[in-house]
Design a protein around this ligand. Sequence first.
Ligand SMILES: [Zn+2]
Length: 159
Amino acid sequence: MTRDYDTTNSVALSVVDIDATLEEALERMRQDQRSGIVATDGTRYWLLHAADVVIALAVPDSGRTLRDLPRARIPVPVAPQAYESKTMLRHWLDSVASKYVVMDILHHRVRVVTYHEELQLRLESSPVNCYCAVDKKPVPSGANGGTCPDGHAGQVCCI
Ligand SMILES: [Zn+2]
């Protein structure tokens, strides 16, 4: 049965254990050519952006695994089994005040649905090696400690 949501509103992402290392998570995102990954403890799901993983790798003592990044991890609810339309799913997302929902959960793969186009676009690109620590935007040709195109001085983090 085809579910009534448009795949244009979703991104397929890898699922890794919450104890996966930052390096493992980044490698998976590179393979997937996606700037996001979903961590799970077997029950709950969190979305992590490539920017947060790269910045944590660039900044000493930020942590070693996805578990070590509690502030960067965005809790993402699982879609209810019984919703009849995209509109219902959308209303449900509003009711739980989440911008993302996970569905179609397979062992190592999940579909993240979002109705925020800019958030979806952010996930759909490949990770880069440098991000601005202030706005988390990619800085493709940046240098560690540099200034981002938006003028955040000394905030570029590179690996
Ligand atoms: Zn910036």
